[in-house]
Write a protein that binds this ligand. Structure first.
Ligand code: FE
Length: 333
């Protein structure tokens, strides 16, 4: 074992692509944190004997690294937690378009790249949360209505620097156009109860503590906090059920352009869209399976079903630059 470890440690990254390992290994660059992805890799290795090595970092450095490494990259697969980033990776030319009947069968087209460069693996709803002490659900309706004066000094938002909010804004622009979206965002900013938050969990805690009454978060953050504190005085609300539906984003992956083990990487990616991995993703992070044949966890199912926005996820990428400029103009820090 020690010899094995020493041998591995002495290998340079480029050596990982040597044919010696070609048949039984896949190397993954992942922006999805270890504890959310390792159980799936372990299950795959147990099933197939294929080893999965992974390096975890934020999306931007991983994508920059892939670009810098070019044809010498050891990475076969890139995993990110936002569609906007997958689109960016595709534009950078660091992903390889695939044709896969398995993926096409498992994942609806709105959650895949139209070129086959990436596919969604799990869905995350970014929805309204409210104080059960100071808000009645009947007072809530849409994302847009949070710009109304009724919510003055009552709204909490996460920073506009987070890609989740950029993707949400991109889909608002797709629906309403830039001018109307700017008015909505300005209304949100005017209604802020306090400075923007660095993360969704802090925002949820602020509502619980009475600092604000409503906000926008990804549902898995709510699930995590609710598990820690079942008495959390915050609930989820599904907005826009009479029109376009709840904003959803996705965690997904694509095979890299210069994948040394491209065929193995495609097999792993295909497996990740199937029942075993989809159930793991759904249960570990309380997300919604991207494969509609797979049911969410009991905890997530208890939130009730909702209509999700059907806008293609590519919009999050295509309109990302526009969204960032617009958020800046609206004064969203
Ligand atoms: Fe997240």
């Amino acid at each position: 074992m020690r010899l094995h470890q020493t041998l591995l440690a002495s290998l340079t990254l480029s050596a990982l692509s040597m044919p010696l390992f070609a048949a039984d290994e896949v190397v993954v660059y992942t922006a999805r944190i270890d504890e959310l992805i390792k159980p799936a890799f372990d299950a795959y290795t147990a099933k197939t004997g294929v080893k999965v090595k992974f390096i975890t970092d934020k999306e931007a450095p991983l994508m920059a690294r892939l670009q810098a490494e070019g044809a010498n990259t050891p990475a076969d697969l890139l995993i990110t937690v936002d569609a906007g980033n997958l689109w960016q990776a595709e534009q950078m030319g660091i992903l390889k378009p695939l044709q896969s009947a398995v993926i096409e069968q498992n994942i609806p087209s709105q959650y895949r790249s139209s070129t086959g460069s990436w596919t969604g693996l799990s869905l995350r709803a970014r929805t309204i949360v409210y104080s059960t002490e100071r808000v009645k659900p009947a007072e809530l309706s849409t994302y847009e209505a949070l710009a109304d004066s009724a919510w003055a000094s009552r709204l909490c938002l996460r920073t506009s620097k987070k890609v989740y909010n950029q993707s949400l804004t991109a889909t608002l622009i797709e629906t309403h156009g830039a001018a109307k979206t700017e008015t909505i965002l300005k209304g949100w900013v005017d209604n802020l109860a306090t400075d923007v938050f660095a993360d969704d969990t802090a925002l949820l805690q602020a509502i619980d503590a009475g600092q604000c009454d409503v906000g926008l978060v990804n549902t898995y953050y709510f699930a995590r906090l609710h598990k820690q504190d079942p008495d959390l005085k915050v609930k989820l609300f599904w907005p826009n059920q009479a029109d376009r539906g709840v904003h959803v984003n996705l965690s997904g992956a694509g095979v890299t352009k210069y994948a040394p083990h491209a065929a193995e990487a495609q097999k792993l990616l295909e497996w990740m869209t199937g029942p075993e991995a989809q159930n793991l993703f759904a249960d570990i992070n309380q997300e919604f399976p991207a494969n509609p044949a797979i049911k969410p966890s009991a905890e997530v199912a208890a939130w009730g079903s909702f209509k999700a926005d059907s806008v293609p996820m590519e919009v999050a990428g295509k309109r990302q630059v526009e969204a960032i400029k617009l958020m800046d103009r609206a004064g969203w820090n």
